[in-house]
Design a protein around this ligand. Structure first.
Ligand code: NDP
Length: 321
């Protein structure tokens, strides 16, 4: 792509999702930099599993920078039941994006990994260097191996073609614009939706699993801000973890109770221990981020959950559910 006039065209794949919508809101709120143009794609612009659709998008949009969010994403139960689809769809999407970024001379590609793709048997906290040290948890191995290959190929594209490709490792993300589907969504949006129904129907609020697993959750607005910073300021092919601090790790039980409070639900809360828990913990280390951004202040889980619950209630008719 030509950058002769200094114009920067940032194309965000998966721009209609949880993270993409937050990046759009963040850019609207803070303003694009001079000469920066932002483009947000959804699957309506083309199916990134298809090479022809992907090439067409690159020819039309002429991006100089790409933030690559588009992926087949889902919670524990969707991952366990559709390993083949999680592997194949993500492999196809990522291969098309990386190869088009090489062919169309994109200056920078920032792709998304996840802390849930790290080795199952590991020591904690996990950091960026430990990604390939052992097999992932069996529950999401299709998704995990597809995502790990982004890091492998970022290094390969740098070595062979001099491409400036890097990746972000976020912890669990939540916030407005999430997928609130109870079967296919992640834990927080699923719990918010269930609590909403329990309150509306005056039934019990049932949480799948024991509630004991520990997680670090990042509010999507915080992740959006840090992703834009990575795109503009972080220049290294090695991945960077974007996570709240280790002390901010919380149990699913604490999250469920905070959701009940935010939703003003005062009925019965039940933990259904017949359902799987997934990994007990996957504490991530954010030292690398803290070296660059020591002062960054994350949204607290209570504030973030309150905002996510309020958004869901206000947007119930149109929210993904
Ligand atoms: P969402 O599920 O909210 O959004 C997915 C986006 O990808 C949507 O914009 C969707 O478009 C688009 N998309 C999906 N399939 C295709 C396709 N075949 N062709 C074109 N576009 C497609 O994802 P998130 O915002 O939650 O996730 C963003 C990134 O962060 C992903 O790479 C994910 O793996 C990663 N991540 C997410 C975590 C989380 O907790 N959510 C945790 C860690 C990492 P449309 O709206 O039109 O369907």
């Amino acid at each position: 792509m030509s950058e002769d006039d200094g114009k920067i065209v940032v194309m965000v794949t998966g721009g209609s999702g949880l993270v993409g919508a937050a990046i759009r809101d963040y850019i609207v709120e803070t303003g694009a930099k001079e000469k920066e143009e932002w483009i947000y794609l959804s699957s309506k612009d083309g199916d990134l599993r298809k090479r022809d659709d992907t090439e067409k998008i690159f020819k039309e949009k002429k991006p100089t920078h790409v933030i690559h969010l588009a992926a087949k994403v889902g919670g524990l139960f969707a991952n366990m039941n559709e390993k083949v689809e999680f592997f194949r769809e993500n492999i196809l999407i990522n291969d098309n994006i990386m190869e088009c970024c090489r062919i169309y001379k994109v200056k920078k590609l920032v792709s998304f990994l996840s802390t849930c793709i790290f080795p199952d048997k590991t020591t904690y906290p996990i950091d960026e260097t430990m990604l390939h040290d052992g097999p992932p948890h069996s529950s999401n191995e299709g998704y995990a191996y597809a995502k790990r290959l982004i890091d492998t190929m970022n290094r390969a594209y740098a070595e062979e073609y001099g491409c400036n490709f890097t990746s972000i490792i976020p912890t669990n993300i939540y916030g407005p614009h999430d997928n609130f589907n109870i079967q296919s969504g992640h834990v927080i949006p699923g719990l918010i939706h269930k609590c909403f129904i329990a309150k509306r129907d005056k039934t019990a609020f049932t949480i799948w699993g024991s509630g004991t697993p520990l997680r670090q959750f990042i509010y999507n607005r915080d992740l959006a801000e840090l992703t834009v910073w990575v795109m503009r300021e972080y220049h290294d092919p090695a991945p960077i973890t974007l996570s709240v601090d280790e002390e901010a790790e919380v149990s699913i039980k604490d999250v469920a109770l905070a959701i009940a409070k935010a939703m003003e639900f005062d009925g019965e809360v039940i933990f259904d221990t017949s359902k799987a828990d997934g990994q007990f913990k996957k504490t991530a280390c954010n030292k690398k981020l803290r070296k660059h951004r020591p002062e960054y202040k994350f949204t607290t889980i209570e504030d973030g959950l309150k905002k996510a619950c309020d958004w869901f209630v206000e947007n119930y008719d149109t929210a993904r559910k």
